[in-house]
Design a protein around this ligand. Sequence first.
Ligand SMILES: [Zn+2]
Length: 87
Amino acid sequence: MGMYDTVNFTCPECTGPIEIQSKARDWADCSHFDESEVPLEIAAGLEKQAVLCDNCQVYLRVKLLGAATIPCQLVDGRRDDVQHPDE
Ligand SMILES: [Zn+2]
């Protein structure tokens, strides 16, 4: 309860750090994962999640790649018709 993992992404616009919390794992233990090493189950849980870069204010979303080397990455969220966060 209240436990979550954190995935560290890199903003594709400004290369600044972005952290996204995941509760995909029942046994989440506050681990920190780099986007290049995040377990697929967590990556899947983050798919299409929207996030706003604090640094450059660009709207991004998580794209699930499913590749072993790069499970997921942040992409420009304005190009896709995904739901925007609550305004
Ligand atoms: Zn940014």
